[in-house]
Design a protein around this ligand. Structure first.
Ligand SMILES: Cc1cc2nc3c(=O)[nH]c(=O)nc-3n(C[C@H](O)[C@H](O)[C@H](O)COP(=O)(O)O)c2cc1C
Length: 197
């Protein structure tokens, strides 16, 4: 599969099989993530890979308690959006059954001596996108999530994430239980501005 096919079919896979993901494949998607660009090649990223069921069980209830009421408020207009909301609820309800959660974390390291918060996510999102495209190429499904927005304190406590390390995104990873498919995105002609806006 070439990189365009992987990107074109890398839709959020919120329904995952419970089958474990072999460690070498997890390492491969993180290898993909760590081939990304970062400001000044600072590479200020760390990846917390959560597979242990007992660990997930410490977080699942609080994630459900805080996130389900938030997701329930998202309007479910017919079409893709309703499916997306149902899928997002499913992923939260099934938190412990998602085989792997990968938290993309990072420290404020760039520019040296004058590091800014802005540069943290600037380094982590390219890596996270590389990770999901790598996973797709290996036949693994992923969903970007921001579960940490409501449960950051508990995640830090349970997973031992240092206070100076921020959590940019929590990625669900596993074998897909629903098919990969074409992503719906705006046509290039709607977003391209040649030479000036
Ligand atoms: C930064 C970011 C945060 C996201 N957070 C969530 C999330 O919390 N839960 C979820 O189910 N999907 C989440 N998504 C996935 C998007 O909803 C999804 O990519 C978008 O609706 C387009 O759908 P598609 O990728 O399947 O084409 C997130 C995506 C990004 C980039």
């Amino acid at each position: 599969m070439d990189v365009f096919e992987a990107m074109e079919t890398c839709r959020a896979i919120r329904y995952l099989k419970p089958d474990p993901v072999p460690q070498d494949l997890i390492e491969k998607v993180i290898y993909g993530a760590t081939r990304a660009s970062s400001p000044g090649n600072s590479q200020g990223w760390d990846f917390v890979v959560v597979r242990d069921r007992a660990t997930k069980a410490k977080l699942g209830p609080v994630i459900r308690e805080r996130l389900l009421p938030m997701i329930e408020k998202v309007p479910k207009r017919p079409g893709g959006e309703a499916k997306m909301v149902d899928g997002a609820m499913h992923l939260v309800r099934e938190f412990e059954n998602v085989p792997v959660w990968i938290l993309v974390c990072g420290r404020k390291v760039y520019p040296p001596g004058a590091a800014t918060d802005q540069m943290v996510d600037a380094a982590l999102y390219p890596a996270a996108q590389n990770l999901i495209v790598s996973a797709r190429a290996l036949g693994l499904g992923t969903t970007f999530t921001t579960l940490q927005i409501a449960t950051e304190h508990e995640m830090r406590e349970v997973l031992g994430i240092p206070a100076d390390c921020s959590i940019a995104v929590c990625i669900a990873l596993g074998y897909p239980d629903r098919p990969f498919g074409p992503v719906k995105r705006k046509p290039v002609s709607d977003v391209i501005h040649w030479d000036r806006w």
